[in-house]
Design a protein around this ligand. Structure first.
Ligand code: ZN
Length: 444
């Protein structure tokens, strides 16, 4: 018998394409290198035979999902650090190991506004991480402290800050070493080295010193995301022209759509040509030939639990700009598909009440964040918008990968990409999950 070559061929399956189509096709991967292969080259040119042929029985073989905003899961909160590095890492790795059952193979742990001295300790622990049998931690998403007091949501008001020293303020909070240019940090042999950790910063452009810092943050490879903000249309537009690429949990923690000043939400309707040059010039935010500027709309995050945004709002956003849609969970530590409904401890002696995908503070009707899993968001999204499962999958794979600029490696089935895969039945339910060419979870 010939020696094993580590090649696996998935057959009898539908492959989601980058345009949202589902196409019946085989997929070849190299289990040893953990990458997707060019099946034409492998089979027809090199005449290789696979070690294993896996018949998926007509199921969907999707790229693994990416969750770029998640606060915790499996009883671990990424924003709670109690001075014990080992315990924190254990919690972090537990989430990475378990979350694959929801189809997520890459995530950005999200840190909400902290007491300033906690950042260096926390962020040091949140460097990119990959381990066998686990989802990849791509770095972190810092939500706050440069956000708007009036739209702070659950963020602690006493820790909010302005950025008076502009980029230096960002460096002093997140650590200058986390904000260095690292062109191809994910392209290296391992993503666990001293590569930068910051991937996304959510901040409010109207907060002192934030707007002028956006171009420099963008230059350093940070995705600047507009959120927890009351930016006017003019300010939100200027932020995008300065390099903002994303809107944090669209509809939540921002002004609602007003027809005369549609603010952040209105960016989804913006024309490719600058809409209000005189207003921006008046604000001193643009110089010179503003009329010639082109405008690329930002990506936008949606929490599709049916609670944080009405299904009609989800459909409205998607209809206006399908290419920018990124599904997130924004989940709290209580996210765990096995957890029953009922009362669960939160912190400071307070309790959560979980009722299906609804989570609120005990004794109130205040929403306490989300508890939905990303695979469920994909199914909800298809139902709410009427789009195909392939198009919904795109919003949890290819779109978030493009937003982070890693679409050559993640969120795609291109040859050379990481073999991070999720098998879904025709209703979008997760059947098995693969990371770097290895099956890491399968439905019992
Ligand atoms: Zn938020």
């Amino acid at each position: 018998m010939a020696s094993s070559n580590g090649l696996i061929c998935f057959t009898n399956c539908l492959l989601p394409q980058e345009d949202g189509a589902l196409v019946e096709k085989d997929l070849w991967i190299d289990e040893r290198r953990g990458v997707i292969l060019d099946s034409q080259r492998t089979f027809f040119l090199r005449k290789e035979r696979p070690d294993r042929i896996i018949d998926l029985g007509g199921n969907i073989l999707s790229p693994g999902f990416l969750d770029i905003q998640i606060n915790g899961a499996y009883n671990f909160d990424f924003s709670v650090y109690e001075g014990d590095d080992a315990a924190y890492k254990e919690g972090l790795h537990r989430v990475a190991e378990k979350i694959v059952e929801t189809g997520v193979t890459s995530l950005l742990p999200t840190i909400i506004t902290q007491e300033r001295s906690l950042y260096p300790k926390l962020l040091h622990l949140l460097r990119p991480y990959s381990a066998p049998n686990s989802a990849t931690l791509l770095g972190w998403h810092a939500e706050g402290p440069f956000i708007q007091l009036a739209k702070r949501g659950a963020h602690a008001p006493e820790f909010l800050m302005g950025a008076k020293e502009e980029i230096k303020s960002f460096e002093s909070v997140y650590g200058a070493e986390n904000l260095v240019v690292a062109e191809d940090w994910l392209m290296g042999s391992e993503a666990t080295g001293d590569a930068l950790g910051v991937r996304v910063i959510t901040a409010a452009p109207e907060v002192d010193g934030v707007m002028v810092s956006i171009p420099e943050l963008a230059r350093r490879g940070v995705v600047f995301s507009i959120g927890h903000s009351i930016a006017t249309t003019a300010l939100a537009t200027a932020a995008v022209q300065g390099g903002a690429r994303l809107i944090t949990h669209l509809f939540n923690a921002m002004p609602q759509l007003h027809h005369r000043d549609p603010s952040i939400i209105g960016l989804l309707g913006a024309s490719p040509h600058l809409s209000s040059p005189s207003e921006l010039t008046d604000l001193g935010l643009t110089k010179g030939k503003v009329a010639e500027m082109s405008f690329e709309r930002p990506f936008y995050e949606l929490i599709v639990d049916g609670i944080h945004s009405h299904p009609n709002s989800v459909r409205l956003a998607y209809s206006s700009y399908p290419d920018g849609c990124v599904l997130i969970t924004d989940a709290m530590k209580i996210l765990d598909p096995h957890l029953p409904d009922g009362v669960h401890p939160w912190r400071d002696g307070k309790n959560f009440v979980k009722a299906g995908d609804k989570l609120y503070l005990e004794g109130t009707d205040t929403l306490a964040g989300s508890v939905v899993s990303l695979d469920k968001c994909v199914r909800n999204f298809s139902r709410f918008t009427g789009c195909s499962l392939g198009e919904a999958i795109r919003c949890a794979t290819y779109n978030p990968a493009r937003c982070l600029g890693i679409e050559a490696r993640k969120g795609t089935l291109r040859p050379g990409a990481d073999a991070d895969l999720v098998v879904l039945d025709r209703k979008g339910r997760v059947q098995s999950t693969w990371v770097a060419g290895r099956e890491v979870w399968t439905r019992a």
